[in-house]
Design a protein around this ligand. Structure first.
Ligand code: GLU
Length: 431
């Protein structure tokens, strides 16, 4: 099954539960626009390399399209379509006035020099420039892209559209000295922790003392480890793409992160992180999913928990900080065995929410304090959890389905508003 079929399956499951109108079901089942581009870069060794890229705008009923750009050697159109669809749903769950989009470039940035990376970014931006814009479609960071890459996107877009005064608002996740927002860097992780705390509070529990394993030690994963540890949770394991570590008595994730930056992989950091008495060992990316722990945070890539390994999962709560890390079939198995899944479209929505704050600051020429951003994010994620929780009770369903239902309701009202009382003539279709 393709990743986009997963997205459709989840949309249609919620559509069935809530009896969504057929028109809206059809509209959200297909992306509005898909763009596939090919460009070339000059490698440092003098060779020319062709590169493939994609940008998909899934739906813009609720506002301009919004979604990150990932650089990854295995990106393809199906994946980008799925991720764009999830952005539509995500923005509606947290009620920010955006539709959904996503971009991908089929390249391994770890193989590129800084100059080559800049070329890839600028060429890709030129290729998609006709369809992006501050009020049309706004890219952001995603897997293996960062603030520096976002700065290049803004700059290249400005080269193509020199008269666009608001060009900084064409992309979010920029550096602080270039229109970026305080708090954007850690927003995905912070938002996930807020939702997790809201959930625990509802069940009469707290984070303090909970054992946590985190798959993925990139931007989302390492900030999550830090924030969770600050709140008293015990981080017992983390992995990155090359493997990782398990320390029974828990470890300081920031020390471990500095070591990862120095040595290139968290798997090399057992001595730095551990040596505090209990069991300590190196573990694989697969082992971490089966660890005995209270909370498992998935912060790597999609399709990590599948039918093949779902039965090994022992955590009582699984938080999806990555997009789509659990297949729909594996999710059903988890729910059936009583595991609570805090779904991606709710758990990781803090990132796009603070992207929205950055966009607002750019358009209003303002600079908000870190406290103001954190306070707004806290309120927004809490509200989203409460809204989803109400729908969950209403339909007696799981958090994922409830999040989709909430989102589809909001998309349906945007659809109705757009079409209410307007007889569509064909002289002018712009609205
Ligand atoms: N890439 C992030 C996500 O999947 C953030 C998108 C954004 O900030 O627009 O939610």
């Amino acid at each position: 099954m393709s990743l986009y079929e997963n997205t459709q399956k989840l949309i249609n499951r919620a559509a069935d539960t809530m009896e969504l109108s057929e028109e809206v079901r059809k509209v959200v089942n297909e992306p509005e626009r898909v763009l596939s581009v090919n460009f070339h870069i000059h490698r440092d060794d003098g060779k020319i390399q062709m590169v493939k890229g994609f940008r998909v705008q899934h739906n813009t009923l609720r506002g301009p399209a919004k979604g990150g750009v990932r650089f990854h050697p295995r990106v393809d159109m199906g994946e980008v379509k799925a991720l764009a669809g999830w952005m539509t749903i995500k923005c509606a769950v947290v009620d920010i006035p955006y539709g959904g989009s996503k971009g991908g470039v089929e390249i391994d940035p770890r193989d590129l020099s800084e100059g080559e990376l800049e070329q890839v970014t600028r060429q890709f931006t030129q290729a998609i420039a006709p369809i992006i814009g501050p009020r049309r479609d706004v890219p952001a960071p995603d897997v293996y892209t960062n603030a520096k890459i976002m700065n290049w996107i803004a700059d290249e877009y400005h080269c193509v559209h020199p008269n666009e005064d608001d060009y900084l608002a064409v992309v979010t996740g920029k550096s602080l000295d270039n229109g970026g927002s305080l708090g954007r860097d850690s927003a995905t992780a912070a938002g996930g922790v807020i939702v997790l705390e809201s959930y625990l509070k509802k069940t009469g529990e707290e984070l303090k003392g909970k054992t946590v394993a985190i798959q993925g030690f990139g931007n989302a994963g390492h900030h999550a480890a830090r924030i969770l540890a600050e709140k008293g949770a015990k981080i017992v394991a983390v992995t990155d793409s090359k493997g990782g570590i398990y320390v029974e008595n828990g470890f300081d994730p920031m020390k471990a992160h500095s070591c990862k930056l120095e040595k290139g992989g968290i798997g090399e950091c057992l001595t730095e992180a551990g040596s505090n008495g209990g069991e300590e060992k190196k573990i694989s990316n697969e082992d971490i999913l089966a660890l005995e722990c209270d909370i498992l945070v998935l912060a790597a890539l999609e399709n990590q928990i599948t039918e093949a390994n779902v039965n090994a999962v022992k955590a009582k709560v699984v938080v999806e900080l990555a997009n789509g890390p659990i297949t729909p079939e594996a999710h059903e198995t988890l729910e059936n065995k009583g595991t609570t899944v805090i779904p991606d479209i709710l758990a990781n929505a803090g990132g796009v929410t603070v992207s929205y704050y950055e966009w607002e600051q750019n358009l209003r020429h303002e600079k908000w304090t870190e406290e103001a951003v954190a306070e707004k994010l806290e309120k927004s994620q809490r509200q989203a959890f409460e809204d989803v929780d109400k729908v969950k009770d209403e339909f007696k369903t799981d958090y994922r389905n409830a999040s989709y239902i909430l989102a589809l309701r909001r998309i349906e009202s945007a659809f109705e508003e757009k079409h209410s009382g307007k007889a569509h003539g064909f002289s002018c279709m712009t609205e």
